[in-house]
Design a binder for this molecule. Sequence first.
Ligand SMILES: [Zn+2]
Length: 68
Amino acid sequence: MPISQDLLEILACPACKAKVELKPDGSALKCVECRRVYPIRDDIPVMLVDEAKIEPEGADEQAEQKIE
Ligand SMILES: [Zn+2]
């Protein structure tokens, strides 16, 4: 478990200050608002707008439905 729930609650998207959630595969953090995906390198989330990728609409709809 590389990223703890406590850490997730502290982290926020640097672009829009919304919360981020762990991707189902644990490889990255995704902003719930702007859909930027922040990579995790060596167990450390890279919370930089320049490093983020914007996930296409509907790319992981199933995962989101599971959360809601
Ligand atoms: Zn955001």
